[in-house]
Design a protein around this ligand. Sequence first.
Ligand SMILES: Cc1ncc(COP(=O)(O)O)c(C=O)c1O
Length: 454
Amino acid sequence: MSLKKRLENYKKSNMYPFHMPGHKRMLDGCYQIDMTEVEGVDDLHDPEDVIALDENRLATLYGVDKAFMLVGGSTVGNLSAIYACLMENDYVLIQRNSHKSVYNGATIRHLKVGYINPKLDENGIYKAATLEEIKESVVAAKTKPKAIVITSPTYEGYYCNIEKIAEYCRSENIILIVDEAHGAHLGFHESFPHQAAGKADVVITSLHKTLPCLTQTAALLISTNRVDITGFREALDIFETSSPSYVLMNSISQCIDVMEDNRDYYDKYVDNLNDFYKIRGKLKHLEVISEEADKKDIGKLVISTKHTNLSGVELAKILREKYEIETELSSFSYVLAMTSFMDTKEGFERLKKALLEIDKAITVGEIKVPILYAVTPNKRMELWEAKTSAVIEIPLEESHGRISSTMVCLYPPGAPVIVPGEEISNQSIEIINNALKTGIHVTGLNKGRICVVN
Ligand SMILES: Cc1ncc(COP(=O)(O)O)c(C=O)c1O
């Protein structure tokens, strides 16, 4: 019996709760299945019954040896994967534009860190890391990395060639960890290839981002005999709450039911997407980026304003205010509309109609995408060393030559200009000032001040 079924039965039973949570299931809606680890509903941290069964179903679904349900998002998955696969002082190669949870994992585990630097496309979007870039970083490193952490697909949907990268990592005996937060929907239909699950040693995926599942739900998917499963369990005990939400776990259980039973959702979804992409022949100024399905997830609709007089941010504003369409993100020269198989035909039609109308009203132009990452980092300390040193806060303008203890990131595209342990250069100060002037969101500064090692 699945967890979902067990919770349904529990809800109908006459059991009185002299236990947590304090709402006592006396409120309606999701409160009715919000439980603690009582008899019959299993325990996420030591599953033996319905949760163990659902984790097995999840493993079968993704074709992996072992699956862990997560209720703290891919954030918990990345932290746990890094903690479990690596030991203090191990050398790891990560993508420079990794999510902060990857950086935090490397910091907490006191790792030595090197980088893989993927290229940007003409809209300033990070492409996926290529096998060649990975090989270059391995060759350039003084030590052989124990593990590599890459992101595939990227936020905007660029895939890595996971098959080739996994083969290479196996041949070099390097553990491959893939942050597949944006790709939980991959591998279930021929139009959505390159799923990492089952190919990489460890895969982290956010069920909530692209499948019908509640926010915070995710999965850790393991197919390796190079790392002991007990290590993952121990890591999850550290990073995941001791009171995992049954509402979230119920949602995972329900999502597994959907994925097992309703593959025809994908056919409708692909039909809708194919219909939508026909807009490309009708747009004069806007452009819907369309790499082959082999290179880019067709479900992430990237609408470029590069060759128009409208910025991505302005396009998103018009879509929101005039057409009541909210998009996932917008940047200098593009908007990302995220889709899933839960989107309706009507939704796609609304977006199409809106874009066609907007396209008619705009003219040719050229949106400049600033080059934000022309910086060559000079690493003076490891991340963790900078994070455990005494620090002082000084004005960014006076920080040239100091060692940063802060990560300074630009959003979009969401990658650090300065990483803890790196020397702050005039060039990085200039890039940050430029970004601020152009209206890019900069994280890591406190009113123009930066924390540096004292
Ligand atoms: C590439 C990537 N990895 C990991 C995460 C963290 O995922 P979650 O929000 O499920 O914790 C995100 C979040 O946006 C992400 O973009």
